[in-house]
Design a binder for this molecule. Structure first.
Ligand SMILES: [Zn+2]
Length: 304
């Protein structure tokens, strides 16, 4: 018997797993998030505790799946790119992550005193209102960071561009970015939650979905979300945002593409991924590995 006749179940099983990961993994994660939400409401679980456990477990699971089923091997995290990510985590990723978790928890905790935006409205109405208000501010901050003109436009871009310098996008490269950008995005995420006086139930759902979508948006796994792409911003849409071709580097929303659809910046292609990721003219900028030069960007005059 030659080796050619031996049964090799590896590739077939791999194929089934790859299509499961591509088609089922994401809806399943969404379903578990929602199930935890409704379970917590139903059984009166402590929302802040459920939130912390969910965030931790989800991160580990996503890392394992990304390692096993990369969308493109050349976009995989490598030791040098991980070492670069660690530098950014040390500067702001870890702090921002903790702050985000802390603020998310604080917003949840403080919200026990809130009575809701409009007394008597359903949680669903409150959640949608919260989401659209947050996304509106986030959308314009993000869009102006990319498309703004004049001195302010150039400055916003210099704060935001560090996040776009890497030429591969995967889970942990989320940490790459300027601390100023993190601070502004943190403020835009959590402040509306507190200021608008949302109830803990909507804050929990908002943070849980935001955590999931935020992680999946920088994910090197070939997630196919189908019609869900018109409702939530995930892997397929946000990967185009990181395209090196500025004509398709749109999709400024983070949780829902609602304002992208309204203002004409929605970019979705079912059959292809961006050819290259990063900035269109990388030589104009420091290497993302050069932390000191990257952090100095907002303090210099810079063109696009
Ligand atoms: Zn951007």
């Amino acid at each position: 018997m030659t080796t050619h006749t031996l049964v090799q179940p590896g590739p077939a099983l791999n194929g089934i797993m790859a299509s499961f990961v591509s088609r089922v993994f994401y809806p399943l994660l969404l379903a578990v998030t929602l199930a935890l939400y409704f379970g917590a409401l139903e059984h009166g679980w402590n929302l802040a505790t459920v939130f912390a456990w969910m965030a931790g477990t989800r991160m580990l699971l996503l890392l394992a799946v990304e390692f096993l089923y990369p969308a493109k091997p050349e976009w995989k995290m490598t030791w040098p790119s991980f070492r670069r990510d660690l530098k950014y985590m040390a500067v702001n990723g870890g702090i921002a992550g903790l702050l985000k978790l802390g603020l998310g928890w604080l917003a949840l905790d403080m919200s026990r005193l809130n009575t809701g935006i409009v007394a008597g409205t359903s949680i669903f109405v409150e959640f949608v209102a919260l989401l659209l208000v947050f996304e509106f501010f986030q959308y314009w901050y993000h869009r102006l960071s990319h498309e703004g003109s004049g001195r302010w436009g150039a400055w916003l871009w210099s704060v935001h561009v560090p996040h776009h310098l890497p030429n591969k996008v995967y889970l942990l490269m989320h940490a790459v970015g300027h601390p100023l950008n993190f601070l502004v995005s943190l403020a835009t995420v959590q402040l509306p939650l507190v200021v608008l006086g949302a109830r803990p139930e909507s804050i929990f759902l908002f943070n849980a979905l935001m955590g999931l979508q935020g992680l999946l948006s920088q994910y090197n796994v070939d997630i196919k979300a189908g019609p869900l792409n018109y409702l939530l911003v995930g892997t397929e849409l946000h990967r185009f945002h990181h395209s090196a071709d500025i004509h398709e580097a749109k999709n400024y929303g983070v949780l829902t593409p609602f304002w992208d659809l309204v203002f004409g910046t929605f970019e979705y292609h079912t059959r292809r991924m961006p050819a290259a990721l990063g900035v269109s003219e990388p030589l104009q900028y420091p290497d993302s590995n050069d932390l000191v030069k990257v952090l100095a960007l907002p303090f210099k005059r810079l063109g696009k």
